[in-house]
Write a protein that binds this ligand. Structure first.
Ligand code: ASP
Length: 381
């Protein structure tokens, strides 16, 4: 990745980022002591950002609110039986993940980069609502990642009797500590662990607001079979190509948006949305294999936006399958107008990839080319 290009945005690269601001938002909470006899134990760093897993009920309002890490971890005494060396960081103010911003992704990436060499793996505790966005963003930000980053959370707070949080946390720690016969980490990618399913982070999507198995990966298989044991599926795991050191890219440009089509969408809406000041990229959610209206006002607005350098990526409103630009005349007209196919990208991966590429300083033509190039196993062309 070329980091030296000019960029303009509100979530800058680390060299111009006020690290003190970042440090005021994250703090260490616990650190285990390493002695000679326990130094061989797997070393895991937990980063607690908030989410239901650590929430407690506010007695006045009855609503769930994020709470501190100590309370969370005190509810999982079983953790000690793992015999791992576990340290932890938390957001100074744990958040509901619907309040996540790219600045929080930078904070998480910063902790991982700062302590990368000291730990075998990282477990990020996160709300489910935007977990797939964080997982996708981190997968792009952490280039050459060679250690597991496992993101998990829960549907019920860890203090509740029927909580799914305890199981999710314990299994995530085991996944983060898993090594192969040569002692190398089994996972070298950002993943989501939920209800015994391990998904590639940039392939996963939250599909249920109340099932324990809240995530799905509609176009990619699970990374491990988790039952009585954990069996990784070597053939689908992501392996970075170069044996290069971790390189963290912090720049993110959030001048992007979704535009979801529906029968009846009109010219005023489309032209206003595509003329949003500062807009650089759009994930257009189209019908089926990538189709949209064939009205001339629609295609002209889209072409005008593409001609102005806005990158429009076509992803499907269907959960499963891929964009096929030339299957139908209506889809093909969109591509002739300058829209590029998002293949089988999830919405979360598509929008964070746009933010990431613009944040690195690429121009529209470069972004178009890279949007169609798989970077970290996020899509199949
Ligand atoms: N609203 C919560 C969050 O995303 C939901 C959850 O954690 O499951 O933080």
């Amino acid at each position: 990745m070329n980091k030296d290009k000019k960029h303009t945005d509100i979530y800058p690269q680390k060299d111009t980022y006020p690290v003190e601001t970042m440090l005021s938002r994250i703090k260490p909470v616990s650190s285990d002591s390493i002695t000679e006899e326990n130094s061989q134990r797997p070393k895991i760093l937990i980063i607690y950002t908030g989410g239901t897993i650590g929430m407690v009920e506010n007695p006045e309002t009855g609503t769930l609110e994020p709470f501190d890490f100590e309370t969370l971890i005190d509810n999982v005494p079983r953790i000690k039986r793992l015999d791992y060396h576990i340290d932890s960081f938390q957001f100074t103010e744990p958040i509901d993940s619907s309040a996540m911003t790219p600045a929080h992704w930078q904070d998480i990436a910063y902790v991982i980069e700062s302590f990368y060499d000291m730990y075998d793996g990282f477990v990020v505790l996160h709300g489910t609502d935007t977990m797939a966005y964080t997982a996708s963003a981190l997968s792009f930000m952490l280039e050459n990642l060679r250690k597991p980053v496992v993101i998990t959370g829960s549907q019920l707070p860890i203090q509740e009797v029927r909580t799914d949080g305890e199981e999710n946390l314990i299994t995530s720690l085991q996944v983060a500590a898993a090594r192969n016969a040569e002692g190398k980490p089994m996972l070298e990618e950002v993943s989501i662990l939920f209800e015994n399913y391990l998904w590639r982070g940039n392939r996963a999507t939250k599909y249920s607001a109340d099932n324990f198995d809240a995530f799905k990966s509609n176009n990619f298989p699970r990374l491990a079979k988790i039952g009585m044991g954990i069996t990784f599926r070597e053939e689908v795991l992501w392996r970075p190509k170069e044996n290069a050191p971790l390189k963290v890219h912090y720049g993110m440009d959030s001048n992007v948006m979704y535009l979801s089509l529906f029968p009846g969408i009109n010219e005023t809406m489309i032209s206003h949305m595509l003329r949003t000041p500062g807009l650089r990229g759009v994930v257009m959610k189209t019908y089926g294999a990538g189709n949209g209206p064939s009205d001339s006002w629609f295609l002209e607005s889209v072409k005008d936006a593409c001609d102005r350098g806005i990158v429009i990526v076509n992803t499907s409103q269907c959960d499963n399958g891929t964009i096929d630009p030339y299957r139908y005349k209506t889809g093909s007209a969109l591509f002739q107008a300058g829209v590029i196919p998002g293949h089988d990208l999830t919405s979360e991966a598509a929008i964070t990839k746009l933010m990431f590429l613009f944040g690195q300083g690429y121009d529209s033509d470069e972004v178009k080319e890279l949007m169609e190039t798989p970077l970290v196993g996020e899509m199949q062309k």
